[in-house]
Ligand binder design. Structure first.
Ligand SMILES: *Cc1c(COP(=O)(O)O)cnc(C)c1O
Length: 392
C-alpha cells in the first residue's frame, strides 16, 4: 500500500465510526428509515381500500407539505420527474424552445425538458453552491439573447428561452436571489429543481418556493420517501389549480361525466404513497437534525486533512445535507478513495456524469465553459449520509 491509500483507509475507518460501531456492516449512501407511523398509516390506507390516486392521505400530505415548506400551494405527484415535467409546462415551456439548466445534475432534470420537446442549454455551476452560476447565466443572456415583444430570444437559433432551471445540488441551494433577479430582468420564468433539497432554506425561504414553481422528489434515496413521489410548489393560485388539473388527466370535475378539455397526465400521487409520506414527514425534523450532526462530524474529521475539503453550506443558507460531499485534490485520488471505501463496505459515490456528455444530450447547446462542473465531477465524493438515530 502506498502512503496515500493507507491514509484513505484511515479516513474510511473514521467515516465508519461516525455511523456505526460495527467494523464490518455495510454502510449505504442513503437508506430510508421507517420508525414512525409508517405501518399504521399504510394499514389504515389498505383497510380503507382507497389505495389509488383519490384518498384522504393525498389531501392531508398536500396540506402538511405546504405548511412545512411555507409554500402557499403544494401539489402531490407520482414522482419528482413528473412534477418537473408539469412545472415546465405550467411555466409555459413549449415545443422547440430552450430551457437553461446545469450540466452537473441528475438526468431527470434534462429528461423533463425533453418531455416538453424543448432543448436544454447547459451552463456552468458555482464552486460554492455546485448549482447554476448567476454569472454564467447573466453573461449568456446578455451576449446571446435579445428581447422581442417581451420574450427572451436566443439570437443564433431564434428560439425562445422558456425557463431557467437551477438544481440545488445535494441539498445546497443555488444563489436564488441573484438568479431570480436575472430571470425577472430577462422575462424568463424560474423553475427550481428542489428534488434534493427538502428541508434546505435560502435565507428564511424553503428551497423551491422562490421561483415561479419548484419541484420536490420523494424517491427512496431522498431525505424522506414515499417509495416514489414528488411535489409541485407554487405561490400562484391559478398555477396550483392547473397543476392539479393536468396531473389528474385534465378531467373536468363532475359527478359522473368523463369530460377532458386537453391532454392530461396520470401523474397524481397514489394514496398509499401519500400514507407513507405522511408518516415520513412527521419525522423530518429529527432526520434533518441528525443529518446536520453527521455533517458536523465530517467537517471536524476533514479539518485535519489538508488534501480533502468537506463541502459546507454557504452563508445565508441552511442545507439539509442530503448527501454530504468532499472534494479530493485530483481525479486519481478521487478514484483511489472510491476504490478503498467501497471495498471496505462503505458506500461512496462520485457525482453524475455531466449531462452534456451523455448520448441523448450530446448535441445540445453549451452556453458557457463548464470548468467548475468538470472540476466537481472529477473530484467530488458523496459520503454515507443516512439519517441516524444516534444523533436525534
Ligand atoms: C431525485 C431527483 C429528481 C426526481 O427523481 P424522481 O425519482 O423522479 O422522484 C429530479 N432531479 C434531481 C436532481 C433528482 O436528484
Amino acid at each position: 500500500m502506498t502512503e496515500e491509500t493507507d491514509n484513505y483507509l484511515d479516513i474510511v475507518n473514521k467515516i465508519r465510526k461516525i455511523h456505526t460501531n460495527d467494523p464490518n456492516v455495510f454502510i449505504p449512501l442513503h437508506a430510508p428509515i421507517f420508525c414512525g407511523n409508517e405501518k399504521k398509516y399504510l394499514n389504515e390506507c389498505i383497510d380503507s381500500t382507497f389505495v389509488s390516486s383519490v384518498g384522504p392521505f393525498v389531501d392531508r400530505i398536500e396540506k402538511e407539505m405546504a405548511e412545512f415548506t411555507g409554500s402557499k400551494y403544494a401539489i402531490a405527484c407520482v414522482n419528482g420527474t413528473a412534477a418537473l415535467h408539469i412545472a415546465l409546462l405550467l411555466a409555459g415551456v413549449q415545443e422547440n424552445e430552450l430551457v437553461i439548466t446545469q450540466s452537473l445534475s441528475f438526468v431527470a432534470t434534462t429528461n423533463a425538458i425533453k418531455y416538453c420537446n424543448a432543448n436544454p442549454v447547459f451552463l456552468d455551476v458555482d464552486l460554492t453552491t455546485m448549482s447554476l452560476s448567476p454569472k454564467c447565466l447573466e453573461d449568456f443572456l446578455t451576449n446571446e439573447t435579445i428581447q422581442i415583444d417581451g420574450k427572451c430570444i436566443h439570437k443564433s437559433t431564434n428560439k425562445r428561452i422558456g425557463a431557467v432551471v437551477p438544481m440545488h445540488t445535494f441539498g445546497i441551494c443555488a444563489d436564488l436571489s441573484a438568479l431570480s433577479t436575472i430571470c425577472k430582468n430577462h422575462n424568463i420564468p424560474l423553475v427550481e429543481d428542489a428534488a434534493e433539497s427538502l428541508g434546505s432554506f435560502y435565507g428564511d425561504k424553503h428551497s423551491g418556493t422562490i421561483g415561479l414553481l419548484g419541484t420536490l422528489s420523494f424517491n427512496g434515496n431522498k431525505t424522506i420517501t414515499s417509495g416514489g413521489g414528488g411535489f409541485i410548489l407554487t405561490q400562484d393560485a391559478e398555477l396550483a389549480k392547473r397543476a392539479k388539473y393536468l396531473t389528474t388527466q385534465a378531467k373536468e370535475p363532475h359527478a359522473w361525466k368523463f369530460y377532458h378539455t386537453e391532454i392530461g397526465y396520470n401523474y397524481r400521487m397514489p394514496n398509499i404513497n401519500a400514507a407513507l409520506l405522511t408518516a415520513q414527514l412527521e419525522q423530518l425534523p429529527k432526520f434533518l437534525k441528525s443529518k446536520r450532526a453527521i455533517a458536523n462530524e465530517y467537517k471536524i474529521l476533514f479539518d485535519s486533512y489538508s488534501d480533502v475539503t468537506f463541502v459546507l453550506e454557504p452563508e445565508n443558507q441552511t442545507s439539509n445535507y442530503w448527501l454530504c460531499s468532499i472534494l479530493m485534490n485530483s481525479q486519481e485520488n478521487r478514484d483511489a478513495f472510491l476504490e478503498i471505501s467501497n471495498k471496505h463496505n462503505t458506500m461512496c459515490r462520485p457525482a453524475w456524469e455531466l449531462l452534456h456528455t451523455l448520448p441523448p444530450f450530446s448535441n445540445e447547446i453549451l452556453g458557457s465553459t463548464l470548468e467548475n462542473s468538470y472540476y466537481i465531477q472529477s473530484r467530488l465524493v458523496n459520503l454515507p449520509s443516512s439519517p441516524n438515530p444516534r444523533y436525534w
